[in-house]
Write a protein that binds this ligand. Structure first.
Ligand SMILES: [Zn+2]
Length: 144
């Protein structure tokens, strides 16, 4: 499962795709947790395979806690705008068209850090379904 990415730390945060966990009621999607890949990702290991033990833990914990499931992914871009690359688009298309994943829609948060401290971020939420990909409005709620 492990393809040689760093097991933890900022480097892997910067370079790898991570899952988004939350609840999608068909209208509003609530992103509750961001972690590594989830159970369905593990089954589709050719699509996404990263830090699977940690990811399984995250999804299991959130599922038990409030029914949250794998709803998308997030990753960062180090250059340019937070727009999906051609590789991103092909990856998402594979996910929403994979029959066994059963996604009606899939979400991607793409982050671009404008400074070293990661305090100045451009964040765009993308919604992907079989019809295509589009930016969606994002409301960030701090629950700390
Ligand atoms: Zn990307």
């Amino acid at each position: 499962m492990d393809r040689g990415f760093p097991a933890s730390g900022r480097t892997s945060l910067l370079l790898t795709r991570k899952i988004l966990v939350g609840v999608d009621d068909g209208e509003t999607v609530e992103i509750r947790c961001a972690g590594g890949p989830g159970p369905r990702a593990i089954r589709r290991a050719h699509l996404i395979s990263r830090e699977t033990a940690f990811a399984q833990e995250v999804v299991d914990r959130e599922w038990k806690r409030d029914g949250s499931d794998w709803i998308g992914e997030w990753h960062t871009h180090t250059v340019g705008r937070p727009l999906p690359s051609n590789l991103d688009r092909r990856t998402y298309e594979g996910i929403v068209t994979a029959a066994d994943l059963e996604f009606q829609r899939f979400f991607s948060l793409i982050l671009r850090a404008n400074d070293e401290s990661w305090e100045d971020l451009d964040i765009v939420l993308w919604e992907i379904d079989r019809q295509g990909i589009r930016p969606r409005s994002l409301l960030v709620v701090n629950v700390e």
